[in-house]
Design a protein around this ligand. Structure first.
Ligand code: SAH
Length: 184
């Protein structure tokens, strides 16, 4: 099973109709679509990306393929996602997802960076509800990737009061890594 499918399989166990979710890296919108269809008509998915092109791709996908109009697209660095969510959502988010690296099909100029990634992760953990989950897909081969993976491993090992899992693809140095954290 591909790690993206594994992440979706885990999310399907946690996300229920009516939930609040956040996609911190819209990209081409696959994860946003998955979450939007899971939370249903009464739920809501906040979707962030720093790149207009990614939000355009995502909005096209969601407009055409999502079953409900239950998503908000926001062009902003994910380290500032909290500035765009109502305060009362803090502690009530059931899942937050990050799929790092660059926009597939782009010129790879815009990539996620370890400093803003870690700020986004720290804030995400605060905004999750008890039992809520954080799914982080990290890649190892593009420029800046190894720094980012190291920073995430370091942060992951310090998140004490959480249940954590770690999945790797076949090749230890080149395959993607899925970090999965449940707030306890
Ligand atoms: N989940 C996507 C793939 C994500 S690609 C899919 O399934 O298709 C990574 C995305 O992160 C890119 O679109 C890129 O623009 C975005 N990104 C990079 N730095 C960011 C930042 N600081 N804040 C928000 N998004 C960022």
């Amino acid at each position: 099973m591909r790690l993206v499918e594994k992440a979706h399989q885990h999310l399907a166990q946690v996300v229920k109709p009516g939930d609040l979710c956040v996609d911190l890296t819209a990209g081409n919108g696959w994860d946003s679509l998955f979450l939007a269809n899971m939370v249903g008509e009464k739920g809501l998915v906040y979707v962030f990306d720093i790149q207009g092109a990614a939000l355009l791709n995502t909005s096209e996908r969601l407009e055409n393929e999502a079953k409900f109009s239950n998503f908000r697209l926001i062009q902003e660095c994910h380290s500032k996602f909290d500035l765009h969510l109502p305060r009362e959502h803090q502690g009530h988010i059931s899942a937050i997802i990050m799929n790092l690296g660059y926009l597939p099909g782009s010129d790879k100029k815009v990539i996620t960076r370890h400093k803003t990634t870690i700020i986004a992760l720290e804030k995400s953990y605060q905004w999750l509800q008890k039992g809520g989950c954080l799914s982080i897909m990290a890649y190892q081969t593009h420029r800046g990737a190894s720094e980012e993976v190291e920073a995430i491993k370091n942060w992951f090992s310090k998140t004490f009061d959480a249940k954590k899992k770690f999945y790797k693809g076949i090749n230890p140095t080149t395959s993607p890594i899925l970090f999965w954290i449940c707030k306890s």
